[in-house]
Design a protein around this ligand. Structure first.
Ligand SMILES: [Zn+2]
Length: 494
């Protein structure tokens, strides 16, 4: 076995693939096959993966300058996933990455089933490229940029670009970032969610032990309890759904977020994972949905187990409780409105530690049930109209081939849509607005042709049948003149 000479010094947060590219270029190798043979002793099909294999062989060739554990921890994305794995899954992943056969690795970690992989690309940040060239002498692939759900650079807050390798090639052409121009992975900045999720994932990747600690101390359970979404240790599904639905509407709609923003049910799999592996993106995105930011994650130090009423009933350890904590619990409890006392955050904790105060509070604040049927329909109509406008924009600005603005597509994105579909008389503004928004076949086809012209660089010389095929149009509702007009405008914009 040959020892390696001239292996590059790693840059901060550099991926293993990036090191392989730099090695390849340093030695002016003529093919990936040669580079792989030199680095791994075999032809590795996983060098470009976020979870590459053959690391045992690489460690040996580096004369143990890096142990396999160090290679995994520093240059792969396993540390992002590991806090969510049990010991046996984590061990099995490391064994697979040490050896030469990674078959089934992504499947066993739930990555294949997550549906995120279809959005994966080799991503880079233009500002990082500039700064890396300036400070390190070379651009390189950052590990965090390749994580599912990282669409914004956590260092610069800029939308990442996804690489399309030339001539249908793949990562084996061993390019540096930005050597071929990539396209933005999001059309706009994607709002605070994309930004904060990137930041949290970056922190999670670098602090797996802290994330494991958060999970061990049931961080999400505490958060749900704080927000009043637990009742006797169980999740109050309807309340949680009502809270999450409008927030999901404001979340990024493209890329990996597309899988998450269309429904809220996946949240239950994160809160109660059972035997499934929670995808890091789902955990951090749920944190954002529950109004948790990176600072919350860093500063989480639970004083007592408040999260599970059923599990902790009668488990008072008798340990003294700080005054300040009692005060904070009282404050959280008394500021929660419109729910019955025993459903308010921290009820069980106060019952155990501060029963006299609790009894006094409860007797002085009888719960008055809201009378249903007297709902403010005007306010609801107004809120629905706002949601409809957001939904229309989400459809119009979603990535990929344009979707049609239909009644069903709008309804899917709007909370309580059934209300006004069933009772249009009570929601006159929303009803009118929706009928105004619906897109005709003609308008939808115009958008599809514009999109195809941009996407496939169609010109006025393109045959009409080709344009229709790329735009996905079978029966045309546009005139030939209109198509030519669109193509010539698209050509001028290029
Ligand atoms: Zn950057």
């Amino acid at each position: 076995m040959d020892r390696l000479h001239g292996f590059p010094q790693p840059f901060p947060d550099e991926s293993l693939y990036s090191l392989a590219v730099r090695y390849h270029r340093l030695l002016s190798n003529d093919s990936y096959r040669r580079t792989s043979q030199e680095l791994f002793g075999v032809y590795s099909r996983t060098c470009g993966s976020i979870l590459p294999c053959c690391l045992g062989a690489l460690s040996q060739r580096l004369a143990s300058a890096y142990s396999v554990e160090q290679l995994i921890d520093r240059f792969t994305l396993l540390p992002l996933y590991e806090p969510f794995l049990n010991d046996s899954k984590s061990r099995a992943a490391r064994v697979a990455m040490t050896g030469n056969d990674g078959t089934g690795l992504k499947m066993s970690l739930g990555i294949t089933a997550s549906g995120f992989l279809k959005h994966a690309s080799f991503r880079y940040c233009e500002r990082c490229v500039e700064e890396d060239i300036q400070h390190c002498g070379s651009a390189y692939w950052h590990r965090i940029h390749q994580a599912s759900g990282t669409c914004i650079c956590p260092l610069h807050g800029e939308v990442l670009r996804g690489t399309t390798f030339p001539d249908g090639a793949d990562w084996r052409c061993m390019l540096f970032p930005a050597e071929v121009a990539g396209s933005p992975v999001m059309q706009s900045l994607g709002g605070p969610a994309a930004d904060e999720v990137s930041e949290m994932q970056f922190w999670g990747l670098e602090h797996p032990a802290d994330v494991r600690n958060l999970l061990a101390k049931n961080f999400l359970g505490h958060r749900l309890d704080e927000m009043g979404f637990l009742k006797a240790g169980r999740v109050r599904l309807q309340a949680l759904k009502s809270f999450l639905t409008p927030r999901l509407l404001c979340s990024p709609s493209g890329n990996e977020f597309e899988v998450l923003s269309c429904s809220w049910e996946w949240v239950l799999g994160v809160v109660r994972p059972r035997r499934m592996v929670v995808q890091p993106l789902k955990f951090y995105f749920l944190c954002w949905l529950l109004e948790v930011g990176l600072e919350h994650l860093k500063s989480f130090h639970p004083q007592a187990d408040i999260c599970s009423g059923e599990a902790t009933k009668g488990s008072d350890t008798g340990a003294p409780v700080e005054e300040s904590e009692i005060e904070a619990r009282r404050q959280a409890f008394s500021s929660s409105k419109n729910v019955k006392c025993h459903e308010k955050p921290g009820y069980h904790w106060l019952y155990r530690h501060d029963r006299n105060w609790l009894a006094q509070y409860v007797s002085g604040h009888p719960f008055i049930r809201r009378i249903t049927g007297l709902d403010d329909w005007a306010a609801r109509d107004e809120a629905l109209s706002r949601d409809l406008l957001i939904a229309r924009d989400q459809i119009l600005f979603s990535l990929g081939k344009p979707q049609k603005v239909t009644r069903a597509a709008l309804s899917r994105r709007v909370a309580h849509s059934q209300d006004f579909l069933r009772m249009p008389d009570k929601c006159p503004i929303s009803t009118l607005l929706m009928s105004d928004m619906l897109e005709s076949d003609h308008d939808h086809q115009v958008r599809k042709i514009r999109w195809a012209a941009r996407q496939y660089l169609l010109s006025k010389r393109s045959a009409l049948s080709v344009v229709y095929r790329f735009a996905g149009i079978r029966l045309s509702h546009v005139t030939e003149e209109e198509v030519l007009d669109i193509l010539s405008v698209a050509g001028e914009l290029r």
